[in-house]
Design a protein around this ligand. Sequence first.
Ligand code: SF4
Length: 353
Amino acid sequence: MTKLSHSAVDRYLKCPLSYKLHYIDKIRPTTVSANLVFGNALDKAINCLLLKQPDAHKVFITNWLNTEINNTLVYIPKSELIQYNKSDIDLEILNEQDWLDIKLYNSTLENSSDLESIVNEVLNLKKQDLNSNQQAIFNFLSWSSLKRKGELIIDAYAEKVIPRIVEVKSIQKEITFENDKGDKITGFIDLIATLDDGITYVLDNKSSRVKYKPQSVQESPQLTLYATHEDISKAGFIVYVKTIIKHREKTCVKCSHVTDNNRIKSCPNIKNKVRCGGDFTEVMTPKVDIQILLDDVNKELVDSILMKYDEINGLINAQAFEPNTESCNNWYGSKCSYYNLCHNNDDTGLIKS
Ligand code: SF4
């Protein structure tokens, strides 16, 4: 008999050997992806909004300051154990206080260089070429940028999603599928809610760098199963896009003419048949795009998904843990964290928990 989480099933499908290393041998990377920690902090803040509790921002920051990695409490901004991507950094959305904090942190580093040069180096070098100071600033810049992105996402969720929800039926509901042999698959439904169209949906909150494809709900095995379990025929993704939209507004210092035309360099305003030609001051307003993707659940998928689960349970019980080398260099866009162990018998960067 097995009891699998949905993410365990996903891992087995991607590479059975990875499933064994992770869940049976309990070998874990010493580092963790920023996406995962950021997503968890955001989920907690969004749950506050859904439950109409105050302090969603505070909850987000608390969970984005400290986290547990392999049973050790870690202070995220200065930790070497969080793996960021270059795309996490967005200097334009940092505020004055962020820059003061970054400057202060830089001054505490051994042999610190001036902030401007180190930020330029960080932005222009490849991640693997950063020295320890550059890496520390890279991490701090990424953490600060994601902090601002998180706050913008919470505001956008409050503005665009919450008003559409008429009734929250449940959040983070645990559900279990059991076959006739007693094997179980468990999962958590982010949100079941009735929206302003009067329809009840099974909903999944996702943060992503890009919008989801229109057919994503119909193709999602997870949403299909969750909705079927709840006897609900509609489902949806609420996608908060981490790439920030920047609305720029220019005001002429001479005549106060306002424009959002980014291509013009001087004021085009005509007064008394004369072009103003004044310089602009520019204000940038960052915004988050939220995609609410709703659709019917594709019930035809259910039988094949349940059969697949039975098959995976059978294979795990039979200890079938073959490597799938197609995933080695393509683990959600990165290299698999067990790459060195599998290919070079080198366990650097891994820990047995
Ligand atoms: S390195 Fe390749 S074979 Fe090894 S666990 Fe990862 S995906 Fe599987």
